[in-house]
Design a protein around this ligand. Structure first.
Ligand SMILES: Nc1nc2c(ncn2[C@@H]2O[C@H](COP(=O)(O)OP(=O)(O)OP(=O)(O)O)[C@@H](O)[C@H]2O)c(=O)[nH]1
Ligand SMILES: [Mg+2]
Length: 322
Protein backbone atom coordinates (compact mmCIF):
# COMPACT_ATOMS: atom_id res chain seq x y z
CA UNK A 1 0.00 0.00 0.00
CA UNK A 2 1.51 3.33 -1.01
CA UNK A 3 1.53 6.20 1.43
CA UNK A 4 -0.76 9.20 1.21
CA UNK A 5 2.26 11.34 0.36
CA UNK A 6 3.22 9.09 -2.55
CA UNK A 7 -0.31 8.97 -3.89
CA UNK A 8 -0.60 12.74 -3.52
CA UNK A 9 2.66 13.35 -5.38
CA UNK A 10 1.59 11.08 -8.24
CA UNK A 11 -1.83 12.72 -8.47
CA UNK A 12 -0.27 16.18 -8.53
CA UNK A 13 2.02 15.21 -11.40
CA UNK A 14 -0.86 13.78 -13.39
CA UNK A 15 -2.96 16.90 -12.76
CA UNK A 16 -0.05 19.07 -13.85
CA UNK A 17 0.01 17.01 -17.07
CA UNK A 18 -3.73 17.87 -17.56
CA UNK A 19 -4.90 14.28 -17.08
CA UNK A 20 -8.70 14.56 -16.79
CA UNK A 21 -9.07 11.37 -14.78
CA UNK A 22 -6.59 12.72 -12.24
CA UNK A 23 -8.42 16.07 -12.22
CA UNK A 24 -11.69 14.30 -11.35
CA UNK A 25 -9.98 12.23 -8.66
CA UNK A 26 -8.39 15.26 -7.09
CA UNK A 27 -11.64 17.25 -7.06
CA UNK A 28 -13.41 14.28 -5.44
CA UNK A 29 -10.68 13.89 -2.83
CA UNK A 30 -10.91 17.58 -1.93
CA UNK A 31 -14.71 17.57 -1.93
CA UNK A 32 -14.89 14.47 0.26
CA UNK A 33 -12.18 15.86 2.55
CA UNK A 34 -10.40 12.54 2.52
CA UNK A 35 -6.96 12.22 4.04
CA UNK A 36 -5.54 12.41 0.54
CA UNK A 37 -7.62 15.51 -0.21
CA UNK A 38 -6.52 17.29 2.93
CA UNK A 39 -2.88 16.51 2.16
CA UNK A 40 -3.20 18.06 -1.31
CA UNK A 41 -4.73 21.37 -0.35
CA UNK A 42 -1.65 23.37 0.46
CA UNK A 43 0.44 22.45 -2.57
CA UNK A 44 -2.47 22.93 -4.89
CA UNK A 45 -2.67 26.63 -4.28
CA UNK A 46 0.88 27.35 -5.33
CA UNK A 47 0.48 25.30 -8.52
CA UNK A 48 -2.09 27.58 -10.15
CA UNK A 49 -2.63 31.21 -11.00
CA UNK A 50 -2.81 31.30 -14.78
CA UNK A 51 -6.46 30.50 -15.58
CA UNK A 52 -9.03 33.15 -16.45
CA UNK A 53 -11.76 32.40 -13.93
CA UNK A 54 -15.21 33.43 -15.15
CA UNK A 55 -18.33 33.40 -12.98
CA UNK A 56 -21.67 33.02 -14.76
CA UNK A 57 -24.67 33.78 -12.62
CA UNK A 58 -28.30 34.71 -13.09
CA UNK A 59 -31.84 33.65 -12.37
CA UNK A 60 -32.88 30.01 -12.76
CA UNK A 61 -33.82 29.14 -16.30
CA UNK A 62 -32.37 32.20 -17.99
CA UNK A 63 -30.19 29.94 -20.10
CA UNK A 64 -26.83 29.97 -18.30
CA UNK A 65 -25.94 26.36 -19.04
CA UNK A 66 -26.95 26.61 -22.68
CA UNK A 67 -24.95 29.80 -23.02
CA UNK A 68 -21.90 28.29 -21.32
CA UNK A 69 -22.03 25.37 -23.78
CA UNK A 70 -22.23 27.80 -26.73
CA UNK A 71 -19.43 29.94 -25.31
CA UNK A 72 -17.29 26.87 -24.71
CA UNK A 73 -17.63 25.95 -28.36
CA UNK A 74 -16.40 29.38 -29.44
CA UNK A 75 -13.53 29.40 -26.94
CA UNK A 76 -12.47 25.91 -28.06
CA UNK A 77 -12.48 27.12 -31.68
CA UNK A 78 -10.13 29.85 -30.53
CA UNK A 79 -7.80 27.19 -29.18
CA UNK A 80 -8.49 27.70 -25.49
CA UNK A 81 -9.05 24.87 -23.04
CA UNK A 82 -12.22 25.29 -20.97
CA UNK A 83 -13.18 23.84 -17.61
CA UNK A 84 -16.77 24.19 -16.40
CA UNK A 85 -18.05 23.83 -12.87
CA UNK A 86 -21.84 23.91 -12.47
CA UNK A 87 -22.71 24.68 -8.87
CA UNK A 88 -25.85 23.21 -7.43
CA UNK A 89 -27.77 22.57 -10.64
CA UNK A 90 -30.12 20.46 -8.48
CA UNK A 91 -31.68 23.58 -6.99
CA UNK A 92 -33.02 24.43 -10.42
CA UNK A 93 -36.66 25.31 -10.85
CA UNK A 94 -36.60 23.83 -14.30
CA UNK A 95 -35.75 20.37 -12.97
CA UNK A 96 -33.63 17.74 -14.57
CA UNK A 97 -31.02 20.39 -15.14
CA UNK A 98 -28.05 18.13 -14.58
CA UNK A 99 -29.27 15.78 -17.23
CA UNK A 100 -29.90 18.75 -19.51
CA UNK A 101 -26.43 20.08 -18.82
CA UNK A 102 -24.92 16.69 -19.62
CA UNK A 103 -26.78 16.49 -22.89
CA UNK A 104 -25.78 20.01 -23.85
CA UNK A 105 -22.19 19.30 -22.96
CA UNK A 106 -22.16 16.00 -24.81
CA UNK A 107 -20.53 17.45 -27.89
CA UNK A 108 -17.66 18.50 -25.65
CA UNK A 109 -17.23 15.24 -23.79
CA UNK A 110 -15.00 13.66 -26.38
CA UNK A 111 -12.92 16.82 -26.45
CA UNK A 112 -10.01 16.61 -24.04
CA UNK A 113 -9.77 20.39 -23.90
CA UNK A 114 -13.18 20.73 -22.27
CA UNK A 115 -13.97 19.46 -18.80
CA UNK A 116 -17.26 19.63 -16.96
CA UNK A 117 -18.13 18.94 -13.35
CA UNK A 118 -21.33 19.44 -11.33
CA UNK A 119 -21.28 20.20 -7.62
CA UNK A 120 -24.23 20.03 -5.30
CA UNK A 121 -24.67 21.91 -2.05
CA UNK A 122 -27.21 19.40 -0.78
CA UNK A 123 -26.29 18.26 2.68
CA UNK A 124 -23.25 20.46 3.00
CA UNK A 125 -23.53 23.60 5.03
CA UNK A 126 -21.50 26.21 3.24
CA UNK A 127 -19.38 23.42 1.83
CA UNK A 128 -20.26 24.09 -1.76
CA UNK A 129 -18.28 27.31 -1.84
CA UNK A 130 -15.16 25.68 -0.54
CA UNK A 131 -15.51 22.66 -2.81
CA UNK A 132 -16.02 24.97 -5.79
CA UNK A 133 -13.03 27.12 -4.97
CA UNK A 134 -10.97 23.92 -4.67
CA UNK A 135 -12.25 22.62 -8.00
CA UNK A 136 -11.29 25.90 -9.67
CA UNK A 137 -7.84 25.58 -8.13
CA UNK A 138 -7.46 22.05 -9.53
CA UNK A 139 -8.36 23.12 -13.08
CA UNK A 140 -6.10 26.14 -12.75
CA UNK A 141 -3.25 23.91 -11.56
CA UNK A 142 -3.91 21.61 -14.51
CA UNK A 143 -3.20 24.51 -16.84
CA UNK A 144 -6.71 25.10 -18.12
CA UNK A 145 -6.93 28.46 -19.91
CA UNK A 146 -10.48 29.31 -18.89
CA UNK A 147 -12.48 28.07 -15.91
CA UNK A 148 -16.18 28.89 -15.95
CA UNK A 149 -18.25 28.56 -12.79
CA UNK A 150 -22.03 28.56 -13.22
CA UNK A 151 -24.12 29.39 -10.14
CA UNK A 152 -27.84 29.98 -9.80
CA UNK A 153 -27.73 33.60 -8.66
CA UNK A 154 -29.51 33.41 -5.35
CA UNK A 155 -27.23 32.16 -2.61
CA UNK A 156 -24.02 32.49 -0.66
CA UNK A 157 -22.22 30.39 -3.24
CA UNK A 158 -22.68 33.21 -5.74
CA UNK A 159 -21.15 35.78 -3.47
CA UNK A 160 -18.18 33.51 -2.85
CA UNK A 161 -17.76 32.73 -6.53
CA UNK A 162 -17.87 36.39 -7.45
CA UNK A 163 -14.99 36.91 -5.05
CA UNK A 164 -12.76 34.39 -6.79
CA UNK A 165 -13.85 35.09 -10.37
CA UNK A 166 -11.79 37.51 -12.43
CA UNK A 167 -14.77 38.26 -14.61
CA UNK A 168 -18.42 37.94 -13.60
CA UNK A 169 -21.13 37.58 -16.23
CA UNK A 170 -24.68 38.26 -15.05
CA UNK A 171 -27.19 36.59 -17.34
CA UNK A 172 -30.81 37.61 -17.63
CA UNK A 173 -33.54 36.82 -20.09
CA UNK A 174 -36.71 38.52 -21.26
CA UNK A 175 -40.03 37.67 -19.68
CA UNK A 176 -38.97 35.96 -16.49
CA UNK A 177 -41.22 38.02 -14.19
CA UNK A 178 -40.84 40.29 -11.17
CA UNK A 179 -38.98 37.93 -8.82
CA UNK A 180 -36.35 37.67 -11.42
CA UNK A 181 -36.10 41.43 -11.67
CA UNK A 182 -35.29 41.51 -7.96
CA UNK A 183 -32.55 38.93 -8.35
CA UNK A 184 -31.20 40.87 -11.27
CA UNK A 185 -31.12 44.06 -9.21
CA UNK A 186 -29.24 42.24 -6.45
CA UNK A 187 -26.68 41.03 -8.93
CA UNK A 188 -26.39 44.29 -10.82
CA UNK A 189 -23.34 45.57 -9.04
CA UNK A 190 -21.30 42.40 -9.33
CA UNK A 191 -21.50 42.28 -13.13
CA UNK A 192 -18.46 42.95 -15.28
CA UNK A 193 -20.51 41.94 -18.29
CA UNK A 194 -24.26 41.73 -18.74
CA UNK A 195 -25.79 39.21 -21.03
CA UNK A 196 -29.43 39.29 -22.03
CA UNK A 197 -29.90 35.78 -23.28
CA UNK A 198 -32.73 34.44 -25.47
CA UNK A 199 -32.25 37.45 -27.72
CA UNK A 200 -34.14 35.50 -30.38
CA UNK A 201 -37.33 36.29 -28.46
CA UNK A 202 -39.40 39.29 -29.55
CA UNK A 203 -39.32 40.95 -26.10
CA UNK A 204 -35.51 40.87 -25.90
CA UNK A 205 -35.01 44.48 -27.06
CA UNK A 206 -37.24 45.70 -24.24
CA UNK A 207 -35.24 43.68 -21.70
CA UNK A 208 -31.98 45.11 -23.01
CA UNK A 209 -33.38 48.66 -22.85
CA UNK A 210 -34.56 48.08 -19.26
CA UNK A 211 -31.21 46.79 -18.20
CA UNK A 212 -29.40 49.72 -19.81
CA UNK A 213 -31.80 51.96 -17.90
CA UNK A 214 -31.01 50.27 -14.60
CA UNK A 215 -27.28 50.56 -15.27
CA UNK A 216 -27.57 54.27 -16.01
CA UNK A 217 -29.59 54.82 -12.82
CA UNK A 218 -26.92 52.96 -10.89
CA UNK A 219 -24.49 55.71 -11.84
CA UNK A 220 -21.30 55.57 -13.85
CA UNK A 221 -18.64 53.13 -12.83
CA UNK A 222 -15.85 55.41 -13.90
CA UNK A 223 -13.00 52.96 -13.43
CA UNK A 224 -12.18 52.58 -17.08
CA UNK A 225 -14.32 49.57 -17.85
CA UNK A 226 -17.67 50.21 -19.49
CA UNK A 227 -19.89 47.30 -18.60
CA UNK A 228 -21.17 45.93 -21.89
CA UNK A 229 -24.70 44.63 -22.33
CA UNK A 230 -24.68 41.84 -24.88
CA UNK A 231 -27.73 40.20 -26.39
CA UNK A 232 -27.09 36.51 -27.01
CA UNK A 233 -29.03 33.58 -28.32
CA UNK A 234 -28.00 30.01 -27.96
CA UNK A 235 -30.54 29.20 -30.65
CA UNK A 236 -29.15 31.45 -33.40
CA UNK A 237 -25.64 31.85 -31.99
CA UNK A 238 -26.06 35.63 -31.97
CA UNK A 239 -23.72 37.52 -29.65
CA UNK A 240 -21.62 34.57 -28.52
CA UNK A 241 -18.52 35.65 -30.50
CA UNK A 242 -18.92 39.16 -29.10
CA UNK A 243 -19.17 37.72 -25.59
CA UNK A 244 -15.91 35.84 -26.13
CA UNK A 245 -14.28 39.07 -27.42
CA UNK A 246 -15.49 41.02 -24.40
CA UNK A 247 -14.14 38.39 -22.03
CA UNK A 248 -10.72 38.76 -23.62
CA UNK A 249 -11.02 42.54 -23.43
CA UNK A 250 -11.99 42.42 -19.77
CA UNK A 251 -9.08 40.19 -18.95
CA UNK A 252 -6.68 42.57 -20.69
CA UNK A 253 -8.20 45.51 -18.82
CA UNK A 254 -7.82 43.69 -15.51
CA UNK A 255 -4.19 43.00 -16.19
CA UNK A 256 -3.22 46.37 -17.64
CA UNK A 257 -5.11 48.59 -15.24
CA UNK A 258 -3.91 47.04 -11.98
CA UNK A 259 -7.38 45.78 -11.14
CA UNK A 260 -6.21 42.18 -11.29
CA UNK A 261 -3.87 42.78 -8.37
CA UNK A 262 -6.65 44.44 -6.37
CA UNK A 263 -9.10 41.62 -7.04
CA UNK A 264 -6.54 38.94 -6.27
CA UNK A 265 -5.82 40.64 -2.99
CA UNK A 266 -9.51 40.92 -2.11
CA UNK A 267 -9.93 37.24 -3.02
CA UNK A 268 -7.01 36.30 -0.78
CA UNK A 269 -8.54 38.22 2.15
CA UNK A 270 -11.93 36.57 1.61
CA UNK A 271 -10.36 33.14 1.35
CA UNK A 272 -8.23 33.50 4.46
CA UNK A 273 -11.20 34.75 6.46
CA UNK A 274 -13.49 31.98 5.23
CA UNK A 275 -10.95 29.30 6.05
CA UNK A 276 -10.15 30.81 9.45
CA UNK A 277 -13.85 30.90 10.24
CA UNK A 278 -14.24 27.29 9.16
CA UNK A 279 -11.24 26.24 11.24
CA UNK A 280 -12.57 28.07 14.26
CA UNK A 281 -15.98 26.43 13.91
CA UNK A 282 -14.33 23.01 13.73
CA UNK A 283 -12.22 23.66 16.80
CA UNK A 284 -15.07 25.21 18.75
CA UNK A 285 -16.97 22.04 18.23
CA UNK A 286 -14.40 20.06 20.25
CA UNK A 287 -14.61 21.83 23.62
CA UNK A 288 -18.40 21.97 23.37
CA UNK A 289 -18.36 18.17 23.60
CA UNK A 290 -16.25 18.09 26.79
CA UNK A 291 -17.53 17.87 30.38
CA UNK A 292 -16.24 21.31 31.27
CA UNK A 293 -18.51 22.82 28.70
CA UNK A 294 -21.65 21.34 30.28
CA UNK A 295 -20.88 23.24 33.48
CA UNK A 296 -20.55 26.46 31.48
CA UNK A 297 -23.91 25.80 29.80
CA UNK A 298 -25.46 25.18 33.25
CA UNK A 299 -24.06 28.46 34.52
CA UNK A 300 -25.43 30.39 31.52
CA UNK A 301 -28.80 28.63 31.73
CA UNK A 302 -29.08 29.54 35.42
CA UNK A 303 -27.88 33.07 34.69
CA UNK A 304 -24.85 32.77 36.92
CA UNK A 305 -22.71 33.49 33.87
CA UNK A 306 -23.47 35.64 30.86
CA UNK A 307 -23.16 34.08 27.38
CA UNK A 308 -20.78 36.85 26.20
CA UNK A 309 -18.15 35.89 28.76
CA UNK A 310 -18.75 32.20 28.09
CA UNK A 311 -18.24 32.72 24.34
CA UNK A 312 -15.09 34.77 24.84
CA UNK A 313 -13.71 32.08 27.20
CA UNK A 314 -14.48 29.39 24.64
CA UNK A 315 -12.50 31.27 21.98
CA UNK A 316 -9.61 31.78 24.41
CA UNK A 317 -9.56 28.07 25.17
CA UNK A 318 -9.46 27.19 21.48
CA UNK A 319 -6.64 29.67 20.89
CA UNK A 320 -4.69 28.25 23.84
CA UNK A 321 -4.81 24.73 22.40
CA UNK A 322 -3.64 25.73 18.92
N1 LIG B 1 -35.40 30.80 -27.02
C1 LIG B 1 -34.29 30.52 -26.35
N2 LIG B 1 -34.32 29.60 -25.39
C2 LIG B 1 -33.16 29.35 -24.70
C3 LIG B 1 -31.96 30.03 -24.99
N3 LIG B 1 -31.01 29.60 -24.14
C4 LIG B 1 -31.60 28.67 -23.37
N4 LIG B 1 -32.90 28.51 -23.70
C5 LIG B 1 -33.86 27.60 -23.07
O1 LIG B 1 -34.08 28.01 -21.72
C6 LIG B 1 -34.24 26.88 -20.87
C7 LIG B 1 -33.30 26.97 -19.70
O2 LIG B 1 -31.98 26.86 -20.16
P1 LIG B 1 -30.77 26.48 -19.21
O3 LIG B 1 -29.52 26.66 -20.01
O4 LIG B 1 -30.99 25.18 -18.54
O5 LIG B 1 -30.88 27.63 -18.14
P2 LIG B 1 -30.05 27.81 -16.79
O6 LIG B 1 -30.00 29.26 -16.55
O7 LIG B 1 -28.78 27.06 -16.88
O8 LIG B 1 -31.01 27.12 -15.77
P3 LIG B 1 -30.65 26.62 -14.29
O9 LIG B 1 -29.28 26.04 -14.30
O10 LIG B 1 -31.72 25.63 -14.05
O11 LIG B 1 -30.78 27.84 -13.44
C8 LIG B 1 -34.02 25.65 -21.72
O12 LIG B 1 -35.27 25.13 -22.10
C9 LIG B 1 -33.27 26.21 -22.94
O13 LIG B 1 -33.50 25.44 -24.08
C10 LIG B 1 -31.96 31.00 -26.05
O14 LIG B 1 -30.98 31.66 -26.37
N5 LIG B 1 -33.16 31.21 -26.68
MG1 LIG C 1 -27.93 25.59 -15.56
Amino acid sequence: MRSIAERGAELRERVRASDVVAISQMISALEGRTELGLSLRKDLYTMGGTAHVIGVTGAPGCGKSTLVAALTKVLRQRGLTVGIIAVDPSSSLTGGAILGDRIRMQEHTLDRGAYMRSMSSRGSLGGVSRATVDAVAVLDAAGWDVVIVETVGVGQADVDIVRIAHTTIVVSAPGLGDDIQAIKAGLLEVADLHVVNKADRPDADKAIAELLGMLTLGGGFGDGWDIPVIGTSSVTGQGVQELADQLTAHRAWLRDGGELGRRSRAAAVARIRALAYELLMERLDDPTKGDGFDAVVDAVTERRLDPHTAAADLIDRVAATT
